[in-house]
Design a protein around this ligand. Structure first.
Ligand code: GCU
Length: 653
């Protein structure tokens, strides 16, 4: 194998001190081979027949444990992992590995069951080998319009995903181009089936992103109208062909009527018409449709201050609540804009009562430093899951809503755009591995803290001293704050280079059609989304949240300019004016990155050289980029407002 030797957090060398000398597997069937392989590989012990084996993996069908959950007990020198299905045993084995990666294995009973049923990864990989918004090299699956068939690497990847509890996967971009449209046909189904067979071994179901206009693009038809019977027949046949070769195929992910992708609007139909048509085709095979809600007008006129992109998902989908079939799941981005450093939580969470839903995060760092900047995303995701929608009074957090609405749903959960590619360490920036690891761990158990997830990842990945751990933690845990300080201020978002989205360009999107404006002038800045004087977006939330955001006095300050247009001399709770806050945070953010350099240098002898150099180089780039952000933002606002920095630091006028 030429690359990806680096097992990230699954390092065998760290498991030397376990007490096992053999193991036994009882009643497992579908994943028996995988369980045998994993335990033998990681613990270097053999499978035996005797029931007094020191490690026992057992399926007890009658047990009340969730099929993907597990119980670990330790008694009389025997450790047992029990579940009601093979799947739970697999996750239990990875839990055991994590326990031994800690310095001490504590004998305690552990019961762990997943909070979210769908725990998914979306690849935005293109068939030509490129990766949309990918920052870790080319696609692990594709090259020059063919399948790479790197089975060994794909299996390593499946193991990595299984070790953090992932059970669903798409391999191709939501923007489905011409050739990828044929993935659902005989032309490529054998290849897809082959990939499915690798991921199946690790309890991961394969899904495909599909092109809504397939009947036209690949079926030689004149229409893709979801209410046309022949179109329905086309999809019935497509799904039958897929399930003939992949009996446990997961289903489809669809980006329709979004950023110029085809969809039901062309035929005057609704999203429910489109999604249900696909749902019907998949239903008899037990398949599901993930229908994305990232739908907005991307041909907006910047002169028009009434249209607000933030409103779009809710405006399109709220009215359709209850109209979707039971195997259709709406896939909703965490925020109403697009994976910004800071934005509000999508008001669709807490609004949909009768519709299945998954939340979509972005692990790949499109707007968060593109795996050149350190940005530990888990704290941001936690804030989203803990956000109180007030759907049923206080305490109706997003995570609770996902679990409880609608009542009988089976597949609600979380998905995310992944950050891996062909780079040797999988994620480009070594420290970005923590985001993939953290994503899986968090969505399995959202009650875990950002700190403890980080600790688990470090235990599996490095051999750090306790001082070293504290240093790395201090860098990671404040990385969101640091990045936020030197980029766009107080929740306003964007201000990035159009197209590739790296580095500052304050007015880059200001006069564009994408609906992402900051409206800075000589007096102030920010987007007025209030009912009183703005776009009315605040009304999409339940009363308690609406009132909080509507009133500038109660609006959380980190989102102040997301919701309000305010003068530069508006005074924040800190006593500072907005303009002074902008200057201060931009100087502070840059200085924090300077400290990263010193901190990382102090870890030189605690990490391997490849990692050391990988991170060192990237911090250098981060510092350079932070400097650019700092100076462009400070200068821009100094020129607009004409107000001096109270501390007299250098602002290039
Ligand atoms: C963002 C991203 C696109 C992507 C889109 C999506 O706009 O920049 O590359 O296609 O999100 O989520 O569909």
């Amino acid at each position: 194998m030429s690359y990806h030797k680096d097992f990230c957090w699954l390092q065998k060398k760290k498991l030397k001190n376990h007490p096992f000398n053999n193991f036994i597997i009882k009643n497992a069937t579908s994943l028996h081979e995988t369980l045998k392989k994993e335990v033998a590989y990681f613990f270097e012990i053999s499978l035996v027949e005797e029931s007094e084996a020191s490690l026992i993996l057992e399926v007890k069908e009658e047990s009340s444990i969730h099929p993907e959950g597990y119980k670990i007990t330790a008694e009389n020198k025997q450790v047992r992992i029990i579940s009601s299905s093979d799947k739970g045993l697999l996750y239990g084995v990875y839990h055991l590995i994590r326990l031994f990666q800690k310095t001490k294995f504590v004998e305690e009973e552990i019961l762990s069951e997943p909070e979210n049923q769908t725990r998914m990864i979306n690849h935005w990989d293109n068939f030509d080998g490129s990766v949309e918004r990918g920052y870790a090299g080319k696609s692990i699956f594709f090259e020059k319009n063919s399948f790479r068939r790197d089975d060994e690497n794909n299996e390593l990847y499946a193991r990595l995903l299984a070790s953090i509890g992932i059970n669903s996967l798409t391999i191709n971009n939501v923007n489905v181009h011409k050739e990828e449209s044929y993935f659902i046909t005989d032309k490529y189904l054998n290849e897809i089936a082959h990939l499915a067979s690798i991921f199946r071994k690790y309890n991961i179901k394969l899904f495909l992103s599909i092109n809504f206009a397939s009947p036209i693009e690949i079926g030689n038809m004149k229409t893709a109208d979801p209410l046309n019977e022949e179109v329905q027949e086309f999809w019935n046949k497509v799904t039958k062909d897929i399930y003939d070769v992949i009996p446990d195929f997961g289903g489809f992910v669809v980006k329709a009527d979004s950023e110029n992708r085809p969809g039901p609007f062309t035929y005057g139909r609704t999203h429910a018409d489109g999604a249900n048509m696909l749902g019907r085709a998949l239903k008899k095979h037990d398949g599901i449709v993930f229908w994305r809600c990232f739908v907005y007008n991307n041909h907006q006129d910047w002169r028009d201050r009434t249209t607000d992109r933030a409103r779009a998902a809710y405006d399109h989908f709220y009215e359709l609540d209850g109209e979707f079939n039971d195997n259709v799941i709406l896939q909703i981005k965490n925020g109403p804009m697009d994976f910004q450093v800071r934005e509000a939580v999508s008001p669709l969470f807490g609004a949909l009562k009768e519709t299945n839903q998954v939340l979509e995060f972005q692990i790949t760092q499109e707007y968060t430093g593109q795996q050149k900047h350190i940005f530990y995303l888990v704290p941001q995701w936690k804030e989203v899951l803990d956000f109180d929608t007030w759907m049923k009074g206080k305490g109706s957090t997003v995570q609770k809503v996902l679990k409880e609405y609608p009542a009988k749903q089976k597949n609600n959960g979380i998905t995310a755009v992944v950050n891996v590619g062909r780079d040797e360490n999988w994620t480009g920036h070594k420290l970005a591995q923590a985001n993939l690891f953290g994503y899986g761990r968090l969505i399995w158990d959202p009650s875990l803290s950002s700190d403890s997830i980080l600790e688990e990842w470090m235990n599996g990945t490095f051999e750090l001293s306790s001082n070293g751990k504290e240093i790395l933690k201090s860098m990671m845990l404040n990385s969101w704050d640091t990045y936020e300080k030197y980029t766009s201020p107080l929740g306003i978002g964007w201000m990035v280079e159009p197209g590739h989205h790296y580095g500052p360009n304050i007015d880059g999107y200001e006069y564009s059609m994408w609906g992402t404006y900051h409206f800075s002038d000589s007096k102030g800045l920010g987007v007025d989304r209030t009912v009183a004087t703005g776009t009315g977006y605040t009304r999409q939330y339940h009363d308690e949240v609406f009132e909080q955001y509507e009133d500038v006095a109660t609006c959380p300050e980190e989102l102040l300019l997301f919701f309000h247009h305010l003068p530069y001399n508006y005074q924040l709770k800190s006593g500072k004016t907005i303009i002074q806050h902008i200057y201060d945070t931009h100087f502070e953010g840059y200085e924090e990155v300077e400290r990263y350099q010193v901190k990382w240098k102090s870890l030189k002898n605690e990490v391997d050289e490849t990692t050391y150099l990988n991170v060192k180089e990237r911090i250098k780039e981060q510092l350079q980029s932070a400097r650019e952000w700092r100076d462009q933002i400070n200068t821009y606002y100094y020129r607009k407002a004409g107000i001096q920095d109270k501390k007299g630091r250098t602002i290039y006028s």
